[in-house]
Design a protein around this ligand. Structure first.
Ligand SMILES: [Zn+2]
Length: 444
């Protein structure tokens, strides 16, 4: 980025520097704001409605009860025809996913996004991004001609934003500390939200009591799910972290996804224009592009990871489970053909108002991603096969493949949350208990 300094200045005093910083920050805001407005106007010729468009799923499809879906797991690789949900369980799953899919729409509000950037130290973040992208560029050049930098400038902006968010902005909450004597608190249960909590969008309030008997103060922990409210409260668990951070990624101009995992976690994906693919970002862990973290790192088993954006939905489970034989849980909320149908429905709904070209472009992107996800399955199988020694098979010595050295970087436990909470969730990394506590009521 070019830093123009205008007219020559007198020897810089600290006031001048401050003024300059303020001016530059303001300029960044202007540029972002203009770009975002352009983006939104270009996208569909009309601004996005604040509520989802009327549902139009096309002509109803005939019931196909005589044609039950084949036993299938999308983690395998069999083409299949989408089927509308028929049983009550599948209908419930569809309703839940449709409701979750609204989350990213709340961040498509240019006014609120501009406002949100006021809490972000933009100058610091852009300087760090600039520096990192120059280093990456130099590294690439030193490797010879035609080499591309590992990450582009905008990727570095999100990386810097992630570091700032985790290290200086947001706080992790298990039990909130007593506000009177700062002692630890003990969970009491759930409470009804107070009017002001409800007004700010908290439908659930956790109640805690100070562990010091003479104090006995009650602490309320309202679970806000409005990203803009979270800019003020600046605390929470994975749910609040992912919500607020994903919104800020949007605010600095990235395309974003909110990834819902059925085993009680949420995280972000950001589209890298430089790499032409979606990148896993978990701000709670300061993890960038480490999709194997949950399985190979935390030793967690997963069933569904579904990504929602303002313009679509995608089952991205295969990005996060590279070894289904070890890390996949049964996917029994709906037949796989029904899940495909639900994804199609959500996409159709989000793209309803878009131009033909825009739809076409997004379909191309979906197909590229599908190829990418299938590629993970294929390379995982190929990797396993390559580890098998023919002699061992012949002599009956073959048992199981050796671990993949590449996966070592994923083998770290989670860093957010205290150790007790992590153990209860079975997310301590390799070598810790894998038991996931079904009684953990509000870990997100
Ligand atoms: Zn107290």
């Amino acid at each position: 980025m070019e830093h123009s300094h205008g007219a020559p200045r007198a020897p810089a005093s600290s006031v001048d520097t401050e003024q300059l910083a303020l001016e530059m920050t303001e300029r960044f805001r202007q540029v972002l704001s203009t770009r975002r407005m352009n983006e939104l106007t270009l996208r569909s010729g009309q601004s996005r409605p604040s509520s989802p468009a009327p549902r139009d799923f096309g002509t109803p499809q005939p019931p196909s009860a005589q044609n039950p879906p084949p036993p299938y797991s999308s983690l395998r690789n069999i083409p299949m025809v989408p089927q509308p949900p028929q049983d009550a369980r599948s209908v419930r799953f569809r309703n839940m996913l449709q409701s979750l899919s609204n989350m990213p729409l709340r961040w498509e509000n240019p006014g609120l996004l501009d406002e949100a950037l006021r809490v972000v130290p933009l100058e610091q973040i852009y300087n760090q991004a600039e520096e990192e992208s120059q280093i990456l560029q130099a590294e690439a050049e030193s490797l010879g001609s035609g080499k591309k930098a590992a990450w582009g400038y905008q990727d570095c902006v999100v990386r810097a934003l992630m570091r700032w968010f985790k290290r200086s902005f947001f706080t992790w909450v298990n039990n909130p500390a007593c506000s009177r004597c700062y002692s630890p608190t003990i969970v009491v249960g759930m409470a009804a939200p107070l009017p002001d909590e409800q007004a700010r969008g908290a439908n659930q309030v956790e109640l805690y009591k100070c562990s010091v008997e003479q104090c006995g103060t009650y602490e309320r922990y309202p679970r806000y799910n409005d990203a803009f409210v979270l800019l003020q409260t600046r605390r929470g668990r994975c749910g609040e972290w992912a919500n607020c951070f994903t919104m800020l990624c949007r605010a600095v101009g990235s395309r974003v996804r909110w990834v819902w995992n059925s085993e009680d976690h949420v995280w972000t994906e950001v589209y890298s224009v430089h790499r032409k693919r979606w990148i896993h970002v978990d701000v709670c862990e300061e993890a960038w592009d480490k999709p194997r973290l949950y399985t190979e790192g935390w030793g967690k088993k997963l069933s569904y990871c579904i990504a929602f954006s303002a313009d679509g939905a995608m089952d991205v489970t295969r990005r996060y489970i590279r070894d289904p034989s070890k890390y996949s849980l049964e996917r029994n909320r709906a037949p796989e053909a029904v899940l495909l149908h639900i994804m199609d429905e959500i996409r159709a709904m989000r793209r309803n108002n878009m131009s033909k070209q825009e739809k076409f472009r997004l379909e191309g992107e979906d197909m590229r991603e599908d190829r990418e996800l299938r590629g993970y399955v294929i390379s995982s199988i190929a990797h396993k096969v390559s580890k098998i020694n023919a002699d061992d098979i012949a002599s009956g010595r073959y048992s199981s493949p050796r671990p993949d050295p590449d996966s070592a970087k994923a083998l770290e436990g989670r860093t957010s949350g205290n150790s007790q909470w992590i153990r209860a969730r079975g997310e301590g990394g390799r070598g810790t208990s894998n038991q996931q506590d079904p009684h953990n009521q509000h870990p997100r």
